[in-house]
Design a protein around this ligand. Sequence first.
Ligand SMILES: [Zn+2]
Length: 317
Amino acid sequence: MSMNRVQFQPGLSMAEFERRYGTEEQCEEAVRAWRWPQGFSCPRCGAGKRTEFRRGALLYLQCAACQYQCSLIAGTIFASSKLTLKTWFLAMHLLTKAKTNVSALELMRDLGVSYRSAWLVKHKLLETMRLCEEFRQLSGRVEIDDSYLGGERVGGKPGRGSENKVPFVAAVQTTEDGQAVRVCLALRPFTNASMTEFAARSLVRPLTLVSDGLPCFTAMAADAGVHDRNVTGGGAAAAKHPKFKAVNTILGNLKTALRGAYKAFNFSKYGHRYLAKFQYRFNRRFHLGAMLRRLAIAVVRCKPCPERVIRAAEIAA
Ligand SMILES: [Zn+2]
C-alpha cells in the first residue's frame, strides 16, 4: 500500500463508531465476545452455562455449575473504573484515530469526565499500547538514529549535548529501497551497553544497520551483521541524507504529533508511553478502521493496571 493510500484510508468514522458502540449494551456485547470468543467459560470451573444479572449498573455473569460470579470487566483494564464502557470506547476511539497527541485536558472535555479520570484512562490505554509493542523486533534493512524528547529550552545547547532532553533511539525497518515498514522507539541513553541491549532485544538477523556512525551504534552493530556507517556530521546534512529518509520522516512526524504537549508532561517519567503510542499506531497504519477493535481486544485481555503502577516512573533501561 502506498503512503497516499495509507493517508486516505477511511478509518472508523464517528457515525460508524456510534452505530457500532453507541449504547452501553453494544459495548457490553463487544466486551463479552472479545473476552470469550468461544463462548463463556467459568474462570473457576470452566463450565459454559451462565446467567447474567446487574449489581448497580455493572453486568455480572454467574456460572450455572458452581455459582461463581464475576463482573464483565473484572480482570481487564476496565476493572475498578467507575466510567461506563461507552466512555472507555469513546476514549479508545479518540486516541486511536488521532494522528497527533490527545491531551488529557482534551479528553476530559470530550468524555465529560474529571481531569484525573481522563488522565488515568489515557495512560491506561497508552500502557496497553506499550505492552502490545513491548516485544517488537525489526530485521532486514534498519535505519537507526538518536533523538530527544522535549527540553527545547531557549538558550539550551543544540544537538546531542543539550540540557533537559530525554534521549531515545528510533529504529525503522525499511524495504530495500528505503520505504518504512515498521518502527521501534525506546527511551534510552546512548551508551554502548544500552544500545547493545536494545539490539539484542529489538533487532534480529538478517540485518543491515544503517547509522551515522555514532560510537554506540558501532558498538551495537558489532554483532548485528552488516553495518552501513554514514558519517554525516549531524545537523541539517544528516536530516537530508537519503539513507536516513525513513527514520528522518518518522522523527519529523513524531515531533509534529507531540508538539503542543511538550510542556504538558514529564518526559523522563512518561515519555516511553508517548513513544509507544506513536509506534503502536504507526505499525498498524495499514488498518486504521480496525484499530479501535484491536486495541479494545488487547484492553480486554490485559491484566488490570492499578493507578500506582500507572503513576510510577518507568525504570530507564
Ligand atoms: Zn463455575
